[in-house]
Design a protein around this ligand. Structure first.
Ligand code: ATP
Ligand code: MG
Length: 297
């Protein structure tokens, strides 16, 4: 790739993360809109993210990688870490942004669209032996038509061997499953894929509640409080007002014992997503994206 940073015109800031800043940008020659993710110098997560996105180039519900932009031509030759990634622009932004812009929790119908599409993305990634390890609303992106794609593979990993514990503290502690805090207790049959299912469950419950569901609303998620809540607390659940299907779906994701947690394949068959008009659910999500856009104006 001979892409350069100067090939892109930066238009606005889409988001800030640990890694760096993501800009809305335009490829000058083709006028193609992109999300330009800039990394700090020497950030090794850039190379990891690029590697995984290339591996998952055909995976559904995973954000597309348009170009890898090295810091300089000599850096490419030396195989150094890239400086920026040009990603498919998702006009609805992240689900955390959508929740904030709406100013209210999301209903079951649009949440089912999120769950179904995120599960399809996870199924494809897991089939490639890729674990995401940092699923959360800010890493799930939406298109104007209610499409959902998994993004931000800065904490992702390709499992080279069959049983790789891969329980290191990467990703955001808030969405980490109990077994990731205590890998020793699970070393025999640690299932790295099950951790992504837990995170998805927390994310989905957050969309329904309108705030991070493991701590009382407004409490700062410091590491000790989180570890206590995740490892020693009861798994959080949707309120009684939620449908039986939704309550069960979340309970199957937030099974504290990893071995008893539902697999991605099982969740795709769950009535909450399987017995629902998928197109209708996606429309409901698209309507929320449109509503958020109107509020911005
Ligand atoms: P963090 O460490 O906080 O998870 P990060 O530095 O790894 O973040 P990303 O999660 O990739 O960066 O992106 C940060 C934010 O930028 C996202 O939450 C989202 O709001 C926005 N963003 C990222 N990629 C895109 C995209 N392709 N289209 C639209 N918005 C995007
Ligand atoms: Mg992120």
């Amino acid at each position: 790739s001979d892409a350069r940073l100067s090939d892109y015109e930066r238009l606005s800031v889409l988001g800030h993360g640990n890694g760096g800043t993501v800009y809305k940008a335009r490829h000058r020659r083709s006028a193609q809109p992109v999300a330009l993710k800039l990394f700090a110098d020497g950030d090794t997560s850039a190379a990891r993210e690029a590697e995984i996105l290339m591996l998952a180039a055909d995976a559904p519900h995973v954000v597309r990688l348009h170009a890898v932009i090295p810091s300089s031509a000599s850096a490419v030759a030396a195989g150094e870490a890239p400086t920026a990634l040009a990603l498919e622009l998702m006009p609805g932004g992240s689900l955390s942004g959508l929740l904030r812009r709406l100013g209210r929790p999301m209903g079951e119908q649009p949440i089912a669209a999120v769950a179904r599409q995120a599960l399809l993305g996870l199924a494809a990634l897991h089939a490639l032996r890729v674990v995401h390890r940092d699923l959360k609303p800010s890493n799930l992106l939406v298109g104007a038509g209610g499409e959902v794609k998994i993004a931000d593979f800065g904490a992702g990993k390709v499992l080279r061997r069959r049983l790789d514990p891969c329980a290191s503290y990467v990703g955001t502690a808030a969405y980490m499953s109990p077994e990731r805090f205590d890998p020793e207790a699970y070393s025999g049959d640690y299932d790295p894929y099950a951790a992504d299912v837990w995170s998805l469950g927390v994310a989905i419950l957050e969309l329904y509640r309108g705030h991070f569901p493991l701590l009382p609303e407004g409490q700062r998620p410091d590491w000790a409080a989180l570890m206590c809540a995740i490892c020693f607390g009861e798994a959080p659940e949707p309120p009684a007002a939620a449908s039986e299907e939704f309550r069960d779906f979340v309970a199957r994701c937030l099974e504290k014992k990893a071995g008893r947690r539902a697999s991605v394949a099982e969740l795709l068959e769950h009535p909450f997503v399987a017995e629902r008009d998928a197109a209708g659910a996606q429309h409901a999500l698209a309507a929320l994206v449109a509503e958020a856009e109107q509020r911005d104006q």
